[in-house]
Design a protein around this ligand. Structure first.
Ligand code: NAD
Length: 374
């Protein structure tokens, strides 16, 4: 592919590997952005990409995002992602999953796969028959549905953002507008309701809305009305790119804190939020609970420890927001700076491995050198 090394240099990737298996029709790409902090963990996305260039772009963008997410979450993991080109509903076969597993196995533990769009728990179970470098299956020691911990992390980060915005961290009586009450949105509403918050919700799927109304009580608005709702917090838990030129002028909230990935359509939208005096909890920092949960499988899943680590998202969001104020930068820039600082610290530590090579040696080295789990 023309220009691929230019892209790798731009994004800062260590390795991108293409796989083809004639029998099963597998066309897969594994993107390993960084193994500075440890093996590169990230889900596999199966998607019917318009063309191969779109698949490459996606794997590069997503794997880099995982490096930053793991770094900010205080995990000893690098950033990676895989994509399989094809329609998950019509083209996925057991043979293809087996071929994908062999591809994962062939990179020798530098990449650990998990679920993403188009891949199910069942697929991961199959993949695990051929490689141990996969997490998120239903096996014994599996971490289960990540959305509960994602929601718990968002709940913690929301409290820190409210405090930063001068509203105090108590949620009693605080009005929270939740966009999307699917897996994460449901659990977030549960935490918020237990803390005495007032819920205003929307979803395009009426059954999900009814469930929240019945279980927790909530005011319901139409999908397009959620932005202009009079509230303290807007919690995007559905789509990406929903903080944009059309929606930001409508917002009446003081805080944006939700689970959706890539909430800002462009970096400029971060400035627009700031100009309106809205405190933004950066998406990949506040929604890391699911990653922390799945990563815990690597050390032997311990629910109590996961709960503790996810609760530290409060501190992470507080640190990011304080840094953004102190340095006069936007919250998402402060999150990036925190990630880069952690990566630099490890890169510059004299005897730190420059990249992940050998799982056993790396684990021993990492335990000695890193102060983690903030
Ligand atoms: P989900 O599919 O279970 O829920 C999303 C909900 O949003 C659905 O109920 C859907 O009907 C609704 N929705 C879609 N378009 C909408 C619209 N225009 N207006 C209102 N509602 C709309 O997904 P999820 O697992 O709850 O994840 C929610 C978001 O959080 C996604 O952006 C996801 O990438 C992100 N995220 C999830 C996790 C996790 O652990 N599940 C972790 C990190 C990030």
């Amino acid at each position: 592919m023309m220009g691929i090394f230019h892209d790798l240099e731009n994004y800062g990737h260590e390795q991108v590997v293409f796989f083809h298996d004639k029998e099963s029709g597998l066309k897969a790409i594994i993107g390993i952005h960084s193994t500075v902090l440890g093996p590169a963990l990230g889900g596999c996305r199966m998607w019917n990409y318009a063309d191969e260039a779109a698949a490459v772009r996606d794997v590069l963008r997503l794997s880099r995002g995982m490096t930053y997410k793991a770094a900010v979450a205080g995990l000893n993991l690098g950033g990676g992602k895989a994509v399989i080109i094809g329609d998950a509903r019509t083209q996925k076969t057991d043979e293809m999953m087996a071929a994908f597993a062999r591809a994962v196995e062939s990179v020798g533990g530098r990449y650990i796969t998990a679920e993403d769009v188009g891949m199910s728990v069942k697929d991961i179970d199959l993949v695990r028959q051929y490689t141990s470098h996969a997490v998120g299956g239903s096996n014994e020691g599996g971490s289960g549905d990540p959305s509960v911990m994602t929601a718990f992390g968002v709940f913690q980060g929301m409290k820190a953002a409210l405090k930063h915005a001068g509203l105090g961290e108590r949620l009693e009586g605080v009005k929270v507008a939740v966009q999307g009450v699917g897996n994460v949105g449901y659990h977030l509403c549960s935490y918020l309701s237990a803390a005495g918050a007032k819920l205003i919700i929307t979803d395009i799927y009426p059954k999900s809305v009814e469930r929240i109304v019945q279980e927790f009580g909530a005011e319901v608005v139409a999908p397009d009305e959620i932005y202009a709702v009079d509230c303290d917090v807007f919690a995007p838990c559905a789509l990406g790119a929903i903080l944009n030129n059309r929606t930001i002028p409508q917002l009446k909230c003081k805080v944006v804190a939700g689970s959706a990935n890539n909430q800002l359509e462009t970096d400029a939208n971060g400035f627009a939020l700031q100009a309106k005096g809205i405190t933004y909890a950066p998406d990949y920092a506040i929604n890391a609970g699911g990653l922390i949960n799945v990563a815990a499988e690597l050390d032997g899943y311990n629910a109590e420890l996961v709960h503790l680590k996810v609760s530290r998202i409060y501190q992470t969001i507080e640190d990011i927001l304080q840094r953004s104020t102190k340095e006069g930068i936007l919250p998402h820039q402060a999150a990036d700076a925190l990630a880069e600082q952690r990566l630099d610290e490890v890169r510059n530590s004299t005897n730190a491995p420059k990249s992940f090579q050998n799982p056993s040696r790396q684990n021993a080295d990492r335990t000695k050198k890193l102060v983690i789990a903030r």
